[in-house]
Design a protein around this ligand. Structure first.
Ligand code: URA
Length: 239
């Protein structure tokens, strides 16, 4: 099967498809040693593609589900030298996280070297549901609960809340835990949602990603995804 060059580069996880197109136009991509600056050039699985001097590996794909601890950043590398989620996984592959969790957020994050699946899951229209448990600095009022449930405007767009439930309230300590499911991936979206109504999110954990949950994984532990799970995640592909 022949695949367009920019897709091969994006699927490898090297960069986005748009950036791959820029690199091709700039003459920074070669196939079997020859520079190709034609967009849409088709390559076979046996062709050797090199981008900015790096040969794209035809590595086997790996998929991990990590229970991210606090104080770890969710990117492949950090210019300040902080620990990343990738440092927690034992692998010789060039892995990266699927989407982001804040430095102080814990819970489920997927890690892979499959750029195609990453693009599917992080596409704004993929609608992957994600469930979070948020500890708020005070007890949420029913009025605010309904405001969130009905859709609050954040940065000019309504947050489509699929599910919200008050799990626990502690009158003595004046705090509560709220479970919320949303299917969008804007950065800091859960914190922004509560902060808009005057609540501080003291702790945030992602408990579910699509149909996946944390199971028995302790903080910092991970497991590989099964073939079936990977297949089901691919079903979020649109069109
Ligand atoms: N929303 C947030 O505010 N933080 C996260 O880490 C994830 C979702």
């Amino acid at each position: 099967m022949e695949i367009r060059l920019q897709k091969v580069i994006a699927d490898s996880g090297y960069t986005s498809r748009r950036n791959a197109e820029n690199l091709i136009k700039k003459g920074l991509v070669s196939v079997n040693g020859k520079v190709v600056n034609e967009l849409g050039f088709k390559v076979k699985n046996t062709d050797e593609v090199s981008v900015e001097g790096h040969i794209l590996s035809k590595d086997e794909k790996e998929y991990y589900l990590l229970n991210k601890p606090r104080g770890v950043i969710s990117s492949a590398n950090d210019d300040k030298g902080r620990k990343t989620v990738i440092d927690l996984i034992e692998s010789d592959k060039r892995l990266y996280p699927v989407g982001r969790l804040d430095y102080d957020t814990t819970g489920i994050i997927l890690i892979t070297n499959d750029g195609e699946l990453t693009n599917i899951l992080t596409h704004p229209k993929s609608n992957v549901p994600k469930t979070y448990l948020a500890k708020l600095d005070k007890i949420i009022t029913m009025e605010d609960y309904h405001k969130i449930k009905n859709g609050l405007l954040i940065d000019g767009r309504i947050v489509d809340v699929k599910h919200i439930k008050i799990k626990k309230t502690d009158k003595k300590k004046n705090n509560c835990f709220v479970e919320i499911t949303i299917s969008e991936g804007r950065n800091h979206i859960v914190k922004k949602l509560f902060e808009k109504l005057g609540y501080d999110v003291e702790k945030l954990t992602r408990t579910h990603y699509a149909f996946l949950d944390l199971g028995t994984l302790l903080s910092g532990e991970y497991r590989t995804l099964s073939k079936k799970e990977v297949h089901e995640l691919y079903a979020y592909k649109r069109g």
